[in-house]
Design a binder for this molecule. Sequence first.
Ligand code: FAS
Ligand code: PHB
Length: 390
Amino acid sequence: MKTQLVIIGGGPSGLLLSQLLHLAGVDSIVLERKSRAYVLSRIRAGVLEQGTCDLMRAAKAGARMDRHGKVHAGFLTAFGGRTARIDLEGLTGGKTVLVYGQTELTRDLYEARDQLNGTILHEVDDVELNNLTGETPFVTFSHNGETHRIDCDLVAGCDGFHGVSRRSIPNSVRNEYEKICPFAWIGVLSETRPAGREIIYSRSQAGFALCSMRSDTLSRYYIQCPVTDTLEAWSDDRFWSALSARLPASIADKLDTGPSIQKNMAPLRAFISEPMRYGRLFLAGDAAHIVPPTGAKGLNLAASDVFYLSNAVIEFYKSGSETGLDAYSQTALARVWKASRFSWFMTRMLHNFEGPDSFDDRLQDAQLDYMSCSKAQQTAIAENYVGLPF
Ligand code: FAS
Ligand code: PHB
């Protein structure tokens, strides 16, 4: 087989990239390890920056998002028994975010690829990237019990944190930066009325809690828990009482609880691998970086990577120029590091890192108190939350 670009990974990064390239006349083949049903069973991000929404529209995959996504003009923080609202729209000159689940976004992208007869091979194994520093890279893999080879010009590594692409860059070339959080998140999806009209980030002595939603009847909650915990240790009842204990009484007293329809546990880390290019291989999304989800940046960084990479690839095929490809890693990393800074800032501000009454604990209280009365601090948070410019 031969194509212009082989994309490893059929998550949001890989699908969005293949769709944008297809619309610009660039051929690609997506290789995905899992079945489509498995990919679409994953419950992950929920907040889209305007840049991400614009890219979905450019990819002709934004219609359902525009119909069902909920515009959010602000979010709440809760701490010390009080709340403080971050007025995103007022503080950023009218910018907002859209609450729309990553699962739905991924479904929209699959449907858009199908409409254009995009080539996506599911349940592939043993993907290997070859001759990346030469002019003629090729990818080998097994599918339906047979070994295949695809010759191409470029390879996009969109295969997430555990994928093969980043590991195909020699250790001598890669510089990895990582901070591991000393806690995890337990996430619950429930067919209940959301705790509020807007997203609520809460810090309490018992730990962090996040109240989000997917619709007026579908809620998404997260609470901080020890990394040593297991899902089995968290019954629905235990989850709901732990969540209530971390919210101000004015919110907890009206909490609509019910059976979880999905529950997962995710460790939190900040991770960035440099460079995001090696010869003819270009990394995008979680393959190159992971951010703690407190800043709602993971999926949105995947989108900005794809924005830069798709433009560079299209320029390469339209004019033969490699200027965009040569600048890709540095351009993408500049935005990745700024979004990572914000994600770490939000995580530090809202989670219990040290025990109660520690110096850090008091610093966090002061940070939240300062945020609640400083328009400058709220503006800085707002402009990062809605997304820095691509
Ligand atoms: P993905 O990991 O989504 O997709 C990579 C794809 O590559 C997968 O489908 C995988 O099966 C495939 N793959 C892997 N190895 C392969 C191989 N060798 N060959 C072929 N295919 C291979 N972000 C937020 O903004 N907010 C959140 O609340 C949030 N919650 C999250 C919860 C969890 C449990 C996780 C893991 C992530 C969460 N994220 C969140 C981040 C998440 O949304 C990512 O940023 C987003 O999925 C990035 O998309 P991709 O880069 O496409 O990577
Ligand atoms: C979500 O709705 O899944 C969500 C919202 C905000 C975050 C993280 C996740 O910061």
